[in-house]
Ligand binder design. Structure first.
Ligand SMILES: [Zn+2]
Length: 89
């Protein structure tokens, strides 16, 4: 089984052995039982300068954008007139 690193907002990072078939994107923190997200680590990252490592690691964290965070006018425009023949220029 491969080893995966997850990050808890309260307790920090921890490693778990998981099978490939289990949920690899989310996990439960063993300390506070909060939902945690997987941290992606590259090979030999732990041999790097800790400051540089931290910068790269934080830059690799994907940002979650939810529908309600998008400007409402954009969503409306995309749904309006799905048929191109009805567009007025
Ligand atoms: Zn935790």
């Amino acid at each position: 089984m491969p080893k995966y690193t997850f990050s808890c907002a309260t307790c920090g990072e921890y490693d778990v052995w998981k099978s490939m078939s289990s949920n690899l994107q989310e996990d439960k923190c063993p300390t506070c039982e909060a939902m945690t997200h997987r941290v992606f680590k590259s090979f030999r990252m732990n041999q790097m300068d800790p400051k540089l490592y931290k910068r790269i690691n934080s830059g690799m964290t994907p940002k979650v954008v939810k529908r309600e965070h998008l400007p409402k006018s954009n969503v409306k425009q995309l749904n309006r007139n799905p048929n191109p023949m009805s567009w007025t220029v």
